[in-house]
Design a protein around this ligand. Sequence first.
Ligand code: FE2
Length: 446
Amino acid sequence: MMKVEVQAGAATQPDACEEKASRTTLFFSVRDQVGALDECLRALKASDISLTRIESRPSKSEERSYDFFVDIDTDAPEVVQKVVDTIKSVEIVRDVRAIGSLDIAQAPSQPQVPWFPRKMSDLDTFAEKVLEMGEELSSDHPGANDPVYRRRRLEIVQMAKTYRTGQPLPRVEYTAEETATWREVYTRLHSMYPRYACREFLHVFPLLEQNCGYGPDKIPQLDDISRFLKDCTGFSLRPVMGLLTPRDFLNGLAFRVFHSTQYIRHHSDPYYTPEPDCCHELLGHVPLLADPHYAQLLQEIGLASLGASDEDVEKLATIFWFTAEFGLCREGANVRSYGAGLLSSFGELEYALTEAPSKQPFDPSKTALQKYPITEYQPTYFVAESFRDATVKLREFNSTMRRPFQVRYDPYTQSVEVLDSKDKIHHLARAIASEMQLLADAVDQL
Ligand SMILES: [Fe+2]
């Protein structure tokens, strides 16, 4: 009876930065008996406060009991105390505590866990949160003093700002000037790829030309690319206003969602952009999102980032930097590029494979601590043996992180499950057993 998880619709979209300040989570335990939930809800209703989330799970400390986590949209001490007193007055309730902005993943005795998305639509909370650029441009942006460019960029940014899960991805009618910029970048990079790009990238690129409209004369649409990626690896693209926080960006990868800008750099300098633009995203990042092993590597980084400490998110963001942005990989006696920062930069793509920079074997425990410049070529790169090998090493590294719980992504419901109860772990074990049976049957039939 009490094993239901109740979620309060649209009100369950906490903003990690802004809403935390005025949100309190109440924790209390309830004996499992008929009408228990109704009784608690009645008491909360009588307090005249708005609930933004109610979740329950079997109690870890007491059998036939359930722990409840209820978010209320206030942190005013007098209001919180009044609600706590009201809940305490319910006979079947025990152990009532107001535990600030804690999340369901933590018990009161555990360290604070940052909010993280549980379902695909939770990513909507990132739509209007960007670190920089977004609707504004920094003064050193080549388009900063071009009102036509600024207006156009803002138009495209607004599409990302208003996009929500489930809607068709916005299609942009690119102008002749924008297409000319794309053509210049595309043509030059395309000629360099056979010499510098890894084999997985070279395998996928012609498929993008065949299926997604890649070519020098047209800027491909996110919607077409996203559909293609979905068929290949389950990855999808999502428009974004500008640079997300590392936490938000990495959290999206847990859902196999890649946040992508849709505007293009200023036409005055096709070879330079101070921010990610569609050339960087579509030429640098997209191709390998169609590779299953690379997709797995990125999702592992994303899953590890859910609810991770700030310190661990910084390490994961550094690993992302030295893999997805500036990664090199071994191919027999050669080294090739797979990082998007390289594959979308003429100069650094060439430089990275010279003798000038240092090249270290990819080792997450070392890579995660490497300092790096963001406005000049990298002095150090990390070389992966393969995407699979990098994923294995990353998993080992992730197991050393201090997060007090494990998560898994459920592709059927497109949601993240926190493995924090016997029921959930049993369910996972049964699913694995079923897969093992399938494997055994398949081997028998060979
Ligand atoms: Fe990037």
